[in-house]
Design a protein around this ligand. Sequence first.
Ligand code: NCD
Ligand code: ZN
Length: 353
Amino acid sequence: MQNLIKLPGLIDVHVHLREPGATQKEDFQTGTRAAIAGGYTAVLDMPNNPIATVTPQALQEKINLATGKIYCDVGFNFGAGSKSVQYFPEVVDKVFGLKVYMNQTTGDLLIEDEIALEAVFSGWPKNQVVMVHAEGDTLQKAIALAKKFGNKLHVCHVSLKAEVEAIKSAKQTGMKISCECTCHHLFLTDEDVKRLGPYGMMRPPLSSKEDQQALWQGITDGTIDMIASDHAPHTREEKEGEKPAYGVPGLETTLPLLLTAVKDKRLSLDKLIDLTYTNPKRVFNIPDQPDTFVEVDTTIRYTLDAERLYTKCRWTPFAGMKVTGKVKKVVLRGQTVFDGQNIFGPYGQLLTP
Ligand code: NCD
Ligand code: ZN
C-alpha cells in the first residue's frame, strides 16, 4: 500500500558544502544534489572552509563558485574571526547569520578571547541571527553575551540535557533565542561510538541516553525549534587516519529518520514540518520558494545504504538502520528536480535574506 504525502521543500540552516578548499569531501554540486535527494530545497552553507568565509572576498568567491552549479537554493552564513567585525556592514545583507565558534572544531575559527567575543556580538546587526557553536558551560557565556548586546541568538547542535534546560530558562525570560538539534544526537548515543569508531565522532560528541531523552522532550515541549543536519562530510581516509576529522554527513538521512519517528509516534507530521521548514524559515528569514514541494511515500521500509548516497563522501553513520519513508519526488519552482531515481538541474538559486 502506497501513501504519498506532500511536504514543503525542507530547509537546513547548518550545512558544510566544503567548497572552496576541501572539495575532496564535498562541493557545491555534490552537496546540493545530496540535499535534493534528501528532500531539502534550501540550505545555508557554513563558513569554516580552509580559507574561512570571514571576508567579503571569501564570500564573493563562494558566490562565484556556486553560481550555475547548485541543485537546491543556497544561502551563506558568515564567519566571525578576530578581524572580520569590520566587514559586518558590508556582508550583512548577503548572508543569513553569523557563525561564532566558541569551542574547538573543524577549521580555525575558534574565538575564546572575551574582548574579541564582545566585539563580534556587539557588531552584528540585532535583526540578524548570531549562530553559536557553544557546548556545555560555554553556552552560558553565549547567552550572557547575547543578553548584554541584545542579539538574536541561535544555538547550534544542542546535545546535552543541561543545554536544553539552559535554553528553556532563557526562553522563559523572554530572550530571543532559538536552537537546533541533529539527527545523530537524536538517533545515536555514546554507546554507538564503540561500533562506529571514527564514523561516530563529531562535535559535539554523541551524548548519553539521558541527554538524548532530553532532546526528544525538548522537541515535544517546543524548546528545540528546528532540526539541522550539520552535514559535515569527510573522506573515509580522513576518518580512518591517525587524527580522525570530526563530523558526519546528514542531508540524505535526516528526513527518512524523522519520517520513521512519525511512524513510531515519537513525532507528529505537523511537528516534523515545524522543525524542518516553518521554524528555520521564520528564524532565518528564508525567502519563499513558490511551487516547491517534496512528495514522500510514508510506507516504504528499507535499510539505509551508503552506496545509494549522493554525497561525495559516500558513507553514513546510519548505514544498516531500517527506516520507513522515502523521498519520491522533489519539485523546485515548478520543475521536477528529483523523481525518486534521477536528479535534474542545476536549477538552484543563490539566496539573500
Ligand atoms: C563540522 C565540520 O566538520 O565542519 N564538524 C562537526 O563535527 N560538526 C564543524 C562543526 O559544525 O562543528
Ligand atoms: Zn557544523
